[in-house]
Design a protein around this ligand. Structure first.
Ligand SMILES: *Cc1c(COP(=O)(O)O)cnc(C)c1O
Length: 371
């Protein structure tokens, strides 16, 4: 039988490269015959999830023969109370990725543009191109931060969305409230500003870092994304949310899957919201260990981009990131090579537990001596 030809609705899809996820621990252990493998590749919380969240998830799993609550009533109520925002302004997603995708699906038509920094979170590119849009990628400034002036200049009549990851992934840099507000003040009303605050809990302690949800509460027409995948430790359950103007939320709720957040994820996230002390410990551990890892790398003659998140971008001083990645892999440490982000001489490393970071620094010292 002759195979059919598959022609995507948008030619832009043919140019996409599938998203590269961090290598799973089990796969590396199996392939290399290693018994101990440390994964510092996907910015997950090394502390895992709060116990109350795993208990709630286990309990919810016993009732998972039923469909979830499609409106996420309880979780949304808790989020509305936490943020002082009406429930009508909150959209839940199967991870915040889901909401990025929904925003593009809703707002981007063929030939439309989105504006974002490059390198930034690659999902902005994927979501844009999946819907026939053109991603306008504005190079980071010399300090590896967002160049908001250049981004403002990149906006045209065709721009539908501007994505700002704050802090940015893979650099960990952030834009200050002052600079963000002046950028937003000049943004045309036809553009939806999307502020991706996946690392909010880590970043909020940093000087001048803006709280996007507070800005939205004060009336800025922003879509602000938060997630349970990072500091809350629920990455595998897939749950994130966004705060946005009610009119936009109402449109997204029409196109999302009716059951886009599983009952297990809803229950765990609701329980995790009550665990502020756990999140506080995770953030403190991160900041102590960030300092230690940075100093350790500097002692090896490498430099890092100052990060407000739970990962750092390491400048390998001319070495090839893919080679260092593979050398580390053989020593049982999984990090993320960055060639896909046009940063071939860097790696991105998630801050882990103290012993994991110790193993990483040791492996790093071996890996770069070889290279
Ligand atoms: C990790 C990350 C997310 C989170 O994605 P989820 O789908 O919520 O797991 C979103 N944005 C950025 C920039 C990230 O790094």
């Amino acid at each position: 039988m002759k195979a059919p030809t598959y022609r995507p609705a948008y030619r832009s899809v043919e140019g996409l490269v599938p998203y590269q996820t961090g290598k799973p621990i089990e796969e590396v252990a199996r392939e290399l015959g290693l018994s101990q493998v440390v994964k510092l590749a996907s910015n997950e919380s090394p502390m895992g999830m709060p116990e109350a969240a795993s208990r709630a998830a286990a309990e919810a799993a016993t009732k998972a023969s039923r469909y979830p609550d499609g409106g996420c009533y309880e979780l949304k109520r808790l989020l509305a109370r936490k943020h002082g925002i009406p429930e009508e302004r909150i959209v839940l997603g199967n991870g915040s990725n889901d909401i990025l995708e929904l925003l593009a699906q809703l707002l981007v038509a063929e030939g439309d543009e989105t504006v974002y920094a490059w390198p930034a979170f690659i999902v902005y590119r994927l979501a844009t191109m999946a819907h026939g849009g053109r991603g306008i990628e504005v190079p980071l400034d010399a300090g590896m931060g967002h160049d908001l002036d250049a981004m403002a200049r990149a906006i045209t009549a065709r721009t539908r969305i501007v994505f700002i990851a704050n802090p940015n992934n893979p650099t960990g840099t952030y834009v200050t409230r002052k600079r963000l507000e002046s950028f937003l003040d000049h943004l045309p009303h036809t553009v939806v500003p999307v502020l991706d605050e996946a690392y909010f809990e880590y970043a909020i302690e940093h000087e001048g870092y803006p709280d996007g949800v507070a800005m939205a509460r004060e009336g800025r027409p922003l879509a602000v994304l938060r997630t349970f995948s990072k500091a809350y430790g629920l990455a595998g359950l897939r749950v994130g949310y966004a705060v946005m103007p009610e009119g936009l939320a109402s449109l997204l709720n029409r196109i999302r899957q009716p059951f886009n957040v599983s009952s297990v994820a809803q229950a765990a996230a609701a329980a995790a919201l009550g665990e502020a002390a756990f999140v506080g410990r995770a953030v403190r551990l991160n900041s102590t260990e960030m300092e230690r890892v940075t100093k350790g790398l500097e002692a090896l003659g490498l430099s890092c981009v100052p990060s407000a998140a739970n990962f750092i971008l390491v400048d390998l001083a001319g070495r090839n990131g893919e080679e260092v990645f593979r050398a580390l892999l053989k020593l049982g440490v999984i990090v993320r090579p960055m060639a896909g982000y046009d940063l071939p001489k860097t790696i991105r490393v998630t801050i882990g537990l103290p012993e994991e970071n110790g193993l990483f620094l040791e492996a790093m010292s071996t890996a770069i001596k070889k290279g």
